[in-house]
Design a protein around this ligand. Structure first.
Ligand code: FMN
Length: 361
């Protein structure tokens, strides 16, 4: 562990995290909202100071034609409405996936809908795509001067799109296409979220024929947006709860449709690997993330990379630099953090950066 990551780690775990986790009467969602508001409120000088503290991304890599300054990214869901978009590079991240946003703004599920399972280093959430909508995201990014390919915020920005809750699954295609059209000018890549467990019916869009129809329409739409860099790369984010046969089918469809790659994985419906103290929480409806997901996400990434050269972003239970290294060894070109960042802060980002993962590829 580098001195920088050790200092950040101790600082976060012993000072900042206890204070954060106690704030707002311990309500995880309010704490999350204040964290994002705090990061979003940092001015240029504060961001510069944070950058010095956090260190820069390492091991640049080009994936799907995009030059990433570092391999560790912000996973979707952390910054759903791009409120803290200027802060992520200052925390050492090499890219950030914003969203998930939907074509129509929506409130998400009733609260409470976010639970920390501390003994298990895990989270259960059933947020349900609470977001201000694709147009608000586009307005926000345009206001910041963000344009695809220009690294206005210092790092590539992916934008994750999902289906609006009121849109029936049978009408999902035009709903996703509308979001893509609105957001393509601002996104370095677009992530298609067909794997959240918290929108009824969404995961059925991972099935062969439905996924084929969706991706064919989206790649066609992407190719119609004229841009000097060509069509915006499309990544598909999948669930860890698919069978091997379903994973293989997704790989085939993604390849045939000319999509850019796969993001694996989203949260799981499984409840294995919880600490005894967290078992009462196991019955909460929603997706589980963090340490209980580490092994399964790795397995899914291995399964994908064994059969395709399509780029894969590995996400799910990366809680330590060793977890990140194993993801890259499994063939992931990039990795993303959500729960690990909540439990370990930017010290984890710095520690992974210090490994200089996959620097030869
Ligand atoms: C509170 C919360 C909200 C999330 N929201 C989204 C989302 O909007 N879109 C998405 O693709 N994934 C979302 N995710 C899933 C994460 O991006 C990630 O795939 C998953 O949590 C596994 O990674 P982790 O173990 O590092 O957290 C969310 C996760 C959490 C914990």
């Amino acid at each position: 562990m580098s001195l920088r990551s050790a200092v950040l780690d101790v600082g976060y775990r012993s000072v900042l995290r206890p204070a954060l986790f106690r704030a707002h009467g311990g309500d995880p969602e309010l704490i999350h909202e204040s964290l994002i508001a705090f990061l979003g409120g940092l001015g240029p000088a504060a961001r510069a100071a944070l950058r010095v503290l956090s260190g820069r991304p390492t091991s640049p890599v080009t994936v799907a034609g995009i030059r990433f300054p570092g391999r560790v990214g912000v996973a979707a869901g952390l910054d759903k409405d791009a409120r803290a978009v200027e802060a992520w590079s200052a925390l050492g991240f090499g890219f950030a996936e914003l969203g998930t946003v939907t074509a129509l703004a929506q409130p998400g599920n009733d609260r409470p809908r976010l639970y920390r399972l501390r003994g298990s280093r895990a989270i259960i959430n059933r947020m349900g795509f609470n977001n201000a909508g694709a147009t608000a995201m586009a307005d926000r990014l345009r206001g910041l001067g963000v344009r695809r390919g220009e690294l206005t915020c210092g790092i590539p920005l992916g934008i994750s799109i999902g289906k609006s809750k009121v849109t029936p699954v049978e009408e999902a295609v035009p709903d996703y296409v509308a979001s893509l059209r609105t957001l393509a000018p601002y996104a370095d890549y677009v992530a298609i979220n067909v794997s959240s467990p918290n929108t009824p019916g969404l995961r059925t869009l991972q099935e062969g024929d439905l996924l084929r129809e969706l991706l064919t329409s989206l790649t066609r739409e992407a190719s119609q947006v004229v841009h000097p860099l060509g069509p915006v790369p499309i990544f598909v984010k999948i669930a860890p709860d698919l069978t091997d046969a379903q994973i293989d089918e997704v790989v085939g469809v993604v390849t045939d449709a000319g999509a850019g790659g796969i993001i694996a994985t989203n949260t799981t419906l499984a409840r294995e690997g919880l600490a005894p103290a967290d078992l009462p929480r196991a019955s909460e409806v929603g997706g589980l993330s963090g340490a209980p997901l580490t092994a399964r996400a790795l397995e899914v990434v291995r399964r994908i990379t064994a059969s395709t050269t399509l780029p894969v972003m590995g996400v799910g239970g990366i809680m330590t630099p060793d977890d990140a290294e194993r993801m890259v060894d499994a063939g992931a070109r990039l990795v993303q953090l959500y729960t690990g960042f909540i439990y370990s802060g930017s010290g984890l980002v710095a520690a992974i950066n210090a490994r200089r993962l996959g620097r030869t590829t």
